[in-house]
Write a new protein. Structure first.
Length: 150
């Protein structure tokens, strides 16, 4: 009985419905505007440096697709964030005389400290230097996290 209770406590924080998309915290659509400000700031930073960094390789047209963060529905504490990217390389094959495309996607985890408040993340990453600003509770920026992913 004691072990069953301990297992229930260990599983309870991740029970179905205990987390929501940060855009929907604290109610559906309520966090969308603030989250969009942060996401736009990060994308602007990415687009600004992309040509000199991530976009110099095979996938020169690399694009940020979407940032999603999961938060506890009862507190707004972050569980994790994932930023998706896509890129392609198009060319004409001399042998076929037809265009070809090589495409790829990436899913990059941002190293947010679990339990950090969504409000702290939104406040920290809304300015013009959002991509280079360390994530709350860390000394790692989103840019540094992307260098390990892309």
């Amino acid at each position: 009985m004691i072990i069953a209770g301990m297992l229930l406590l260990a599983v309870a924080p991740f029970a179905a419905g205990s987390h929501v998309d940060a855009r929907d915290y604290s109610s559906a659509g309520a966090g969308e505007a603030a989250f969009a400000v942060m996401e736009r700031a990060l994308v602007r930073g990415f687009d600004y440096i992309c040509g000199d960094t991530f976009c110099e390789g095979d996938y020169g047209n690399l694009r940020a697709l979407q940032l999603r963060c999961s938060v506890r529905s009862n507190s707004g504490a972050l569980a994790g964030c994932l930023w998706s990217f896509a890129g392609s390389y198009a060319y004409v094959s001399p042998a076929d005389a037809l265009p070809s495309v090589q495409a790829r996607t990436w899913a990059c985890h941002l190293p947010v400290v679990p339990g950090t408040s969504l409000a702290a993340l939104l406040e920290r990453l809304r300015g013009p230097d959002a991509l280079d600003t360390p994530l709350p509770g860390t000394d790692v920026s989103s840019y540094e996290a992307l260098t390990d992913c892309l």
